[in-house]
Every structure is written in structure tokens, then in C-alpha cells.
Ligand binder design. Structure first.
Ligand SMILES: *[C@@H]1O[C@H](CO)[C@@H](O)[C@H](O)[C@H]1NC(C)=O
Ligand SMILES: *[C@@H]1O[C@H](CO)[C@@H](O)[C@H](O)[C@H]1NC(C)=O
Length: 210
């Protein structure tokens, strides 16, 4: 029993250390996107969110996930850019009219977006990472991307705020099977037909349970 406990402690430590080495932050909450390709539901992508490291970015993303108004929420939005081997970009609200929408309009009305959070700029773009799209420093809004591979040249320039924790086959489908035009736009619509938060508390923090 003693050695089993030691083993569990040691494996937990290794897991914890490897997460730090991988440049990841703690997953505090979870959200999901249900992806439809043309008429076919492909499945859910489940995202772990780094609330502690990037609180403002995550709060904005959660508002987009839970907003039932298709003008200002992710529901029924499409992916406007998919590059195999690189990433899929989402958050194209209402066909670009609201391409710069975010929840901090009162605080940051004029520069087109809200500021980069330092904690997110310090994280690494691994494979299956969730990160904010931008048009330069401090221009975060509603657009974000999921990486298909490591993209180290993005480190320090884009706010990483989560990672894919389930639905990898759906992400892999987007990477391998979506045909695009010269502007990297999917030829068949890739649409978020449902989205939201996942409220379960299980497995959110393996270390607290020991
Ligand atoms: C996606 O996840 C949500 C929340 O857990 C669930 O209600 C829904 O049924 C799932 N959809 C699919 C297609 O798996
Ligand atoms: C999303 O699109 C579907 C199909 O067009 C529609 O039935 C539904 O009302 C839309 N959802 C919202 C929140 O507008």
C-alpha cells in the first residue's frame, strides 16, 4: 500500500512537472463547440480553459460560448480560415460584421480589441492549443484558433488561453479533410451549431483529489 501511494504520488508529480515543462497552465473550466460540416454533425471539441492565467480572455470566451444571441455569440458562427498542418480559426460572428466584437467595449471602445494578458503570452503554442487571433498587439476580440501542430513562431505574439481536451478526432477531421479555397476559406461550411460550458467538476484538477 505504501509503495502504491508512493507510486501514485510520484506519477502525479511527473504529470504535474511535465505539464509545466510543456508550457501549459492549469485548466479551471471547460467549454465545448459542436461542429457541423455541411449537413453532417462531426462532434464536439471540448476545450480546457486557463481561467487563472488569462482571466479576462477566458471571461470573454465564456460569454461568447453562452450568449444565445447569434449576433454576438458563437452559436451558428462559422470558421473562416482553415490551414492544414497549422490551425483552424473560429469566431467569425455574423459574417464579419461583428468580427471585432468582445465584451469589454465600454472599457476599450476604440482600439479594436482588448489587451493581451501577459500570462497567456508566456505560454507555448503546442499542438491542440486554443489561442486568440489578433491583428497586432492588444487587439483581441471574438476570433480564436485551434492549432493542428506546434506553432512556436506564434509564441509571445498571441494569447494562449486553453487547450483541446477531448474531441481530437473532430480537430483532426478539420486538419485533414476540409477542402479550402485560395484564401483558406472552407468550401463546405464549418459551423458551430451548439456551444457552451461543461459544468462537471470531475477530473478538473487531478492534484486536488489526492
Ligand atoms: C456536446 O456536448 C454537450 C455538452 O456536454 C452535449 O449536451 C451534447 O450532446 C454533445 N453533442 C455531441 C454531438 O456530442
Ligand atoms: C441557428 O441556426 C439554426 C438553423 O438555421 C436555427 O434554427 C437556430 O434558431 C439558430 N440559433 C440561433 C441562436 O439563432
Amino acid at each position: 500500500m505504501q509503495s502504491l501511494n508512493t507510486f501514485i504520488f510520484f506519477s502525479t508529480f511527473v504529470l504535474f512537472a511535465s505539464r509545466i515543462l510543456a508550457g501549459q497552465a492549469d485548466i479551471i473550466s471547460k467549454g465545448y463547440l459542436t461542429i457541423q460540416y455541411g449537413d453532417e454533425i462531426k462532434g464536439n471539441i471540448t476545450l480546457g480553459l486557463y481561467d487563472t492565467t488569462t482571466p479576462k480572455t477566458v471571461a470573454n470566451f465564456k460569454a461568447l460560448l453562452t450568449n444565445n444571441d447569434p449576433e454576438t455569440g458563437l452559436i451558428n458562427s462559422t470558421s473562416n480560415r482553415i490551414i492544414s498542418g497549422f490551425m483552424a480559426q473560429f469566431g467569425f460572428l455574423n459574417g464579419e460584421r461583428l468580427a471585432n466584437y468582445h465584451i469589454y467595449q465600454d472599457e476599450y471602445p476604440n482600439p479594436k480589441g482588448f489587451p493581451d494578458e501577459k500570462g497567456g503570452l508566456e505560454l507555448i503554442h503546442n499542438k491542440y492549443q486554443l489561442s486568440m487571433a489578433n491583428r497586432g498587439r492588444n487587439t483581441n476580440s471574438c476570433q480564436f484558433f485551434i492549432t493542428f501542430d506546434e506553432t512556436p513562431w506564434l509564441n509571445g505574439g498571441y494569447v494562449v488561453f486553453g487547450e483541446v481536451i477531448d474531441g481530437f478526432e473532430t480537430v483532426n477531421f478539420l486538419n485533414n479533410d476540409v477542402k479550402t479555397n485560395r484564401n483558406d476559406q472552407p468550401l463546405t461550411e464549418v459551423k458551430v451549431i451548439a456551444c457552451g460550458l461543461i459544468e462537471d467538476k470531475e477530473n478538473m484538477n487531478e492534484f486536488d483529489e489526492l
